[in-house]
Design a protein around this ligand. Structure first.
Ligand SMILES: Nc1nc2c(ncn2[C@@H]2O[C@H](COP(=O)(O)OP(=O)(O)OP(=O)(O)O)[C@@H](O)[C@H]2O)c(=O)[nH]1
Ligand SMILES: [Mg+2]
Length: 574
């Protein structure tokens, strides 16, 4: 049960999407709610605590919502939270988009719960040469209002004081004036208090923003941007791995570990488990920290820049036509891109999609054919040195599979797709501090969830290997692996470990001396093979146990099927 259930001092932070609620939440509670410059970043509620003098105040961050008639599962979370009741509402308004913010405010005020309004992003309003007479506006509605620039922490101390003052019961008697929540009233209020101070021509940033979202020159620029990002992610990742991390581990750390272990152990099973074939002190460090981590770092730096700049919704608009052809909508690009980092946030982000059909399709695509960054790092380690061509072929196969699967799912799932409705946020220059923080958080998450899991799996594998059990299990797979996939029998190891985490379906192949066809087949099987256990659990939770089971069985069947076909085709050509 959530902690705040039945708590007094429960404060709900609401507002339209992308106004800065999570920035405010993080500042007040010291927690890390996800932040990005597009609508639908927060897809679940998050609870935190503000301590003020002797008071404990529970603050809840929820997904943004345009109106109280929710149009997707994320918005529904916010509406449900509101319906459960709160002692105080903090309603964040977007100064940059005041009319629709006022409409939501009026809707919420109609419920008669004590409220404070926050007028955030006033910097963007001023930049455009406008001002909003916040005090007079608040006077008319009989509410308290605080003006803020959350990213600069301006006004947030005042907000904190106001919240704790207002949470005292005696201060809640003054209720807002009831004004009918209609678009007409929202328009009237916005027109009355919004004033143009100076006529400003569009600034450079706005002009660039428009260019990026119109087909010309937007599409060539998009190709350029994606190519540069790909080059940076792979280039920095490879450089870090090759010139920094591998020499560090292989040259400095491993010899010391080896020396220590041989000092304290005699030849035999214990020593092998520690530093042998799958010795977890060696592989358990090399795989997660030297081979995968560099890509995690470079990818999340690039993704954070994409997220915070506001480029992602522009990409969505550009790709909408193309995506419609395969039964998707442009908005699907956001969960898909997140899926290239990790399937879990990718699948979570589908909550902000408009229809159930879209949600299921995108979640299935991510589970089936989108390699996460850990797996991508592993694939690059496996293939790039052997043959860049094979690496490109693997990514090509992944693209084709996404397209094919999207078309098939569009035809076979009932329901229709809603046309894309996506607000284009202003283009923002990412704050270096925020980017560093985001990359750091994701790195921490990779270490606590990803790398640790990998180390456990490698330790278990080392033990099973030394006990001969891995070989026994391997024999079960033998007919498929040797006769169908035309791979050496040890290739059963990645298939067993791959159920735990995706990159483990790839990494053990590194030391098997495979030829190019086998490398390609191994990589393709790994690509389509079952997603991690954690992803299957999430699919069961978000959709149904049956859906997760279907994905599990389909991915196993399909990966073997396609692997065998490629094995035959490959040997035919060579
Ligand atoms: N210029 C400027 N940008 C801001 C301000 N406050 C927040 N932002 C930016 O606005 C974007 C959205 O911030 P979030 O905190 O994720 O917004 P949210 O309201 O939680 O959004 P959802 O979770 O999607 O509803 C981010 O890129 C922030 O950096 C502000 O006062 N000024
Ligand atoms: Mg948020």
């Amino acid at each position: 049960m959530p902690q705040f259930e039945n708590k007094e001092n429960k404060v709900l932070l609401m507002g339209p999407p992308n106004v800065g609620k999570s920035v405010i939440f993080n500042h007040l509670t010291g927690l890390d709610s996800a932040i990005a410059n597009y609508s639908g970043t927060t897809v679940d509620y998050k609870e935190g605590r503000i301590t003020y003098r002797d008071d404990d105040i529970y603050l809840i961050d929820v997904p943004g919502t345009y109106t109280l008639d929710s149009s997707n599962e994320a918005e529904q979370v916010a509406v449900d939270m509101l319906n459960k009741g709160a002692s105080l509402l903090v309603i964040v308004l977007d100064a940059n988009n005041i009319e629709s913010s006022i409409y939501l405010l009026l809707q919420i005020l109609e419920m008669g719960i004590p409220a404070i309004a926050v007028l955030n992003r006033i910097d963007l309003l001023e930049e455009k040469g406008y001002s909003f007479a916040a005090e007079a506006f608040a006077e008319e509605l009989k509410i308290d209002i605080i003006e803020t620039v959350a990213v600069k922490e301006f006004g947030l101390a005042e907000l904190k004081n106001k919240i704790s003052e207002k949470i005292q019961i005696e201060n809640q008697k003054k209720l807002p004036k009831k004004i009918k929540a209609s678009w007409k009233n929202a328009e009237r209020l916005s027109a009355k208090y919004l004033k143009q101070k100076s006529k400003k021509a569009k600034n450079k940033r706005e002009e660039l923003g428009d260019k990026l979202s119109s087909p010309w020159p937007g599409i060539p620029l998009a190709l350029l941007i994606l190519a540069v990002i790909f080059a940076i992610v792979v280039g920095i990742g490879m450089g870090l791995r090759q010139y920094v991390l591998l020499p560090f581990f292989r040259g400095l750390v491993f010899p010391q570990i080896y020396r220590l272990v041989t000092m304290f152990t005699t030849e035999g099973i214990i020593r092998n488990i520690l530093v042998g074939e799958y010795g977890f002190l060696i592989k358990g460090l090399e795989w997660p920290f030297a081979l995968v981590l560099p890509y995690v770092l470079s990818f999340y730096t690039a993704l954070s820049l994409l997220e915070d700049s506001g480029y992602m919704p522009r990409l969505a608009v550009l790709l909408d036509g193309l995506f419609n052809k395969i039964g998707l909508t442009g908005g699907n690009i956001i969960p898909l891109l997140l899926g290239y980092g990790c399937a879990i946030p990718g699948i979570a982000a589908t909550r902000a999609l408009a229809t159930r059909k879209e949600r299921i399709t995108v979640a299935a695509l991510i589970s089936l054919a989108v390699p996460c960054i850990s797996q991508t790092g592993a694939l690059i380690s496996l293939l790039a040195e052997e043959s860049i061509l094979v690496m490109f072929l693997v990514f090509l196969v992944s693209f084709l599979a996404i397209i094919g699967a999207a078309i098939i799912m569009d035809k076979s799932i009932e329901g229709k797709n809603e046309p894309l409705v996506l607000e284009i946020p202003p283009l923002l220059i990412p704050e270096p501090k925020m980017i560093l923080r985001k990359v750091w958080l994701r790195l921490k998450m990779y270490i606590s969830d990803g790398a640790l899991m990998m180390i456990y799996a490698i330790a278990a594998a080392a033990l099973l290997y030394e006990l001969g059990i891995l070989e026994q299990i391997g024999r079960l797979f033998q007919p498929i692996i040797e006769h169908w996939l035309l791979m050496p029998s040890e290739a059963s190891v990645p298939l067993i470990l791959g159920v735990v985490r995706r990159e483990l379906a790839v990494l053990p192949l590194l030391e098997m001396g495979l030829n190019s066809v086998q490398l390609f087949v191994g990589a393709v099987v790994a690509l389509f093979y079952v997603p991690c256990i954690a992803v299957l659990a999430m699919l069961a939770r978000e959709f149904s146990f049956i859906f997760a089971t279907k994905i599990f069985l389909f991915t196993i069947g399909f990966s073997f099927f396609i692997g065998g076909i490629f094995a035959r085709l490959g040997f035919l050509f060579i």
